[in-house]
Structure formats: structure tokens, C-alpha cells
Design a binder for this molecule. Structure first.
Ligand SMILES: [Zn+2]
Length: 264
């Protein structure tokens, strides 16, 4: 009996050992799988984080560049040359001119489109259109300016008063788009032009010939010039169409091209 019992116990011990080993091995496998999973997911997380960090760093880098050193794209398109009070024409600005008629001239590179536009207008029944003023040399503008100042000084005005009175109707030499050879004034150069068929036609079609209304009423605070329905500026067809689509004046459009920031 005792022997039998001992045998039984030995057998039970053996069973217990086998089960214990089995459980141990099983546990080790489970734990190993668990550890491997944890490690791999951690690695994934780390690599994801490092990706995000890179993106963040890049984004922060861009921001820093924008704030500290604004990267402005240089505009090399001659058709977009900006001339206003802040951007006078350089004194050595060279320009090749072609004749519109006996007394009026325009930039040689753009006169073809001006002529085609006028021809098409007339062909479509708008006869009452003519170029009153186009290119003016800086020298000519300087003479006009000096004469006006002298006239007021002789009348006993101070230099400051003479300057103010002159600037009411004349731009300083080099600050007029007419010095650039890319601007035209139509007909009588007065606000009545706004109510003509020619103006209506220009508003609809001028962009297709590369011309824009340079000083629109609603942009006077940006251009610094009051509404001039008679004054049209050549900027090239694709620019003119884009400016119309974006509803931007030249100052806004140049800013948009330089920085990529839309102001509207
Ligand atoms: Zn003008």
C-alpha cells in the first residue's frame, strides 16, 4: 500500500512538474510576445514623433524666416514695374519708344497691343476714342514741375505752398506712370469718360489686351491716387486677367506675387 501510495505521489509529482514546466514555457512565450509588441510599438511611436518633430521644426523654421527675414520673390517682369510716390523711376531708366502718332509715344514692347485694342474697339463700333497722353519724359515732367513752382513763388507763395499747389495737379518727376511709357490717358482726361461706351468696353475687354484700370475708385486708399477712369496701364494679358479675377490693384498684385500672401 505504502509503495503504491509512493508511486502515485511520484506520478503526481511528475505530472505537476510537466504542467509547471508547460505553464512556465507558455508564460515565457506570452511574456516575450508582450515585450516584443511593446518594444515595436514604442519604436513606431518614436519614429512617428521624430517625423512630427521634423515637420514642426520645419514649420517653425519657415515662420522664423518669415518674421525675421521676409523672403520676397523678386519680380522681374518689366510689365509690372511699379511707379508711385514710394517707388519713383530710377534716373537711369532706359526706355525704347514707338510712335502712336506724330506727338505721342509708348513703350515699344507694348505698343502693338495698344494699337490692336484701339483697332478692335473701333471695329466694334466705338469711334469716339483717342489717346490724349501717353509717354512723358522725366525731363519734360521736371520742366512742367519747375515752371509751376516758379509761377507760385512769383505770386509770393512759400516754397512749401508752391509745392503743395503744384502737386494738386502734377506728379513729381519720375513718380508718374507716364514716365514709364506704359500708361495712356484717353479722350478728355476727365471723369465724364466713366459714362462713355468706350469706358464700358474697356472695363469688359481691356484685360484681354493687357490693360488695367490703374486707379479704381475703391482702391484709392492703396494706390494713393484718386479715381481716374481715363488712365489705363499696360501689364500684359495674363497679369491683367489675373488681377481682374483677384480684384487686386497693381500694388496689391505685386505684394501677392512677392510674398504669396493674398490681401483679399
Ligand atoms: Zn494718366
Amino acid at each position: 500500500m505504502k509503495e503504491n501510495e509512493e508511486n502515485k505521489r511520484m506520478i503526481e509529482n511528475k505530472r505537476f512538474k510537466i504542467i509547471a514546466i508547460f505553464v512556465l514555457v507558455f508564460s515565457i512565450i506570452i511574456i516575450t510576445i508582450g515585450i516584443v509588441r511593446i518594444i515595436s510599438s514604442k519604436n513606431k511611436k518614436i519614429s512617428k514623433e521624430s517625423e512630427e518633430t521634423t515637420i514642426n521644426t520645419q514649420a517653425e523654421g519657415n515662420n522664423t524666416i518669415e518674421v525675421v527675414l521676409p523672403v520676397k520673390k523678386e519680380i522681374t517682369d518689366w510689365r509690372l514695374t511699379l511707379v508711385n510716390k514710394e517707388n519713383p523711376l530710377p534716373e537711369d531708366y532706359k526706355i525704347e519708344l514707338s510712335n502712336i502718332d506724330k506727338t505721342r509715344q509708348f513703350d515699344k514692347r507694348a505698343i502693338g497691343e495698344l494699337n490692336t485694342m484701339l483697332k478692335d474697339m473701333k471695329a466694334q463700333g466705338i469711334q469716339n476714342i483717342w489717346v490724349q497722353s501717353a509717354y512723358r519724359s522725366v525731363e519734360y515732367q521736371q520742366n512742367l514741375y519747375n515752371n509751376s513752382i516758379n509761377k507760385y513763388l512769383k505770386q509770393g507763395k512759400t516754397t512749401k505752398e508752391a509745392e503743395e499747389l503744384t502737386l494738386e495737379y502734377l506728379n513729381k518727376p519720375g513718380e508718374s506712370e507716364h514716365n514709364l511709357g506704359l500708361a495712356v490717358d484717353f479722350n478728355n482726361v476727365d471723369e465724364g469718360f466713366e459714362n462713355t461706351k468706350a469706358y464700358e468696353w474697356l472695363n469688359q475687354n481691356a484685360k484681354n489686351y493687357g490693360f488695367i484700370l490703374r486707379y479704381p475708385e475703391e482702391k484709392a486708399n492703396i494706390t494713393g491716387i484718386e479715381y481716374e477712369p481715363w488712365h489705363w496701364r499696360y501689364v500684359g494679358k495674363e497679369n491683367a486677367i489675373k488681377m481682374n479675377d483677384l480684384n487686386m490693384c497693381l500694388e496689391e498684385y505685386i505684394e501677392y506675387l512677392e510674398t504669396g500672401n493674398s490681401l483679399t
